[in-house]
Design a protein around this ligand. Structure first.
Ligand code: NDP
Length: 247
């Protein structure tokens, strides 16, 4: 697919994988819409993209709030036109032992990682269906295939993202020409682990992180770019990308 001039909404663009994806797509002529809560980080990224010759729009968005997401899609339409590519990337990962009852974090994870995706789908699907085109990229995880001790709720949200991707693909691709790609990263060096507050678990998983050579956010941005730049007739359903050092 020719990406030049396409419009992409990227949630969670204020850091990590979302930020790297915004830069990668903008460098290829995509008009990128940067969505997250930290507006100052998004504005900094917009300046960087524009300095490099790209086009970007910032819409401060909390994906758990339906009215924010509605405004995100409306502002996108008004500024750049309808959304061609939706990258559902915003997510949090406060891993914890279930017995330690971090209940607020469980619910928040479901809200951001699952409900956030649903809000974005609800606002972008009508235009995509009407135009019979579009590409939805959902960021699941290796944890959306395997559960580890401490990842029960996070994995539940990422299994859900994978299930959603499968259902969307079956419904939307053959009849409506809308492609759906589920990306499943392994360990990527980002700010994601900063949401972990369970010290007992954090202490126990240090060994897992110790010998890992993490992926860079750009490695996942490259995978997303690969999936969306295929010809219309080619549908990349799933990509699992791990660091070589991760088993
Ligand atoms: P980061 O913490 O760097 O990025 C997470 C992004 O999500 C931030 O931009 C944050 O922005 C945004 N976000 C969080 N809550 C909300 C919200 N309520 N509304 C809008 N945006 C929100 O981590 P990553 O880049 O690693 O994470 C990106 C995705 O990749 C996540 O879905 C994560 O689960 C997934 N992933 C990451 C892996 C890794 O090893 N890093 C492995 C597998 C999957 P802000 O705080 O400004 O709102």
């Amino acid at each position: 697919m020719q990406l030049q001039g396409k419009v992409a909404i990227i949630t969670g663009a204020s850091s990590g994988i979302g930020e790297a994806t915004a830069k990668k797509l903008a460098a290829d002529g995509v008009k990128v819409v940067l969505a997250a809560r930290r507006a100052s980080r998004l504005n900094e990224l917009k300046r960087e993209i524009e300095k490099a010759g790209g086009e970007a729009l910032v819409v401060e968005t909390d994906v758990t709030k339906a009215k924010d997401v509605k405004q995100l899609v409306e502002q996108t339409r008004a500024t750049f036109g309808p959304c061609d590519i939706l990258v559902n990337n915003a997510g949090i990962m406060p891993l914890s032992y279930m017995k330690n009852l971090h209940v607020d974090e469980w619910l928040k994870m479901v809200d951001v990682n699952v409900n956030g995706v649903l809000h974005c789908l609800a606002e972008t699907l009508p235009d995509m269906v009407e135009r019979k085109q579009g590409h939805i990229v959902n960021i699941s995880s290796v944890a959306g295939r395997e559960v580890m001790v401490g990842s029960a709720v996070y994995s539940a949200t990422k299994f859900a993202v994978r299930a959603l991707s499968d259902g969307l693909r079956q419904e939307l691709a053959p009849k409506h020409g809308i492609r759906v790609t589920c990306i499943e990263p392994g360990a990527v060096e980002t700010e994601l682990t900063e949401t972990i507050t369970d010290d007992e678990l954090m202490n126990d998983i240090q060994g897992f992180f110790k010998d890992l050579k993490f992926l860079a956010s750009e490695d996942i941005a490259n995978a997303i770019h690969y999936a969306i730049s295929q010809p219309d007739s080619v549908h990349i359903n799933e990509l699992q990308v791990r660091p070589t050092s991760q088993g």
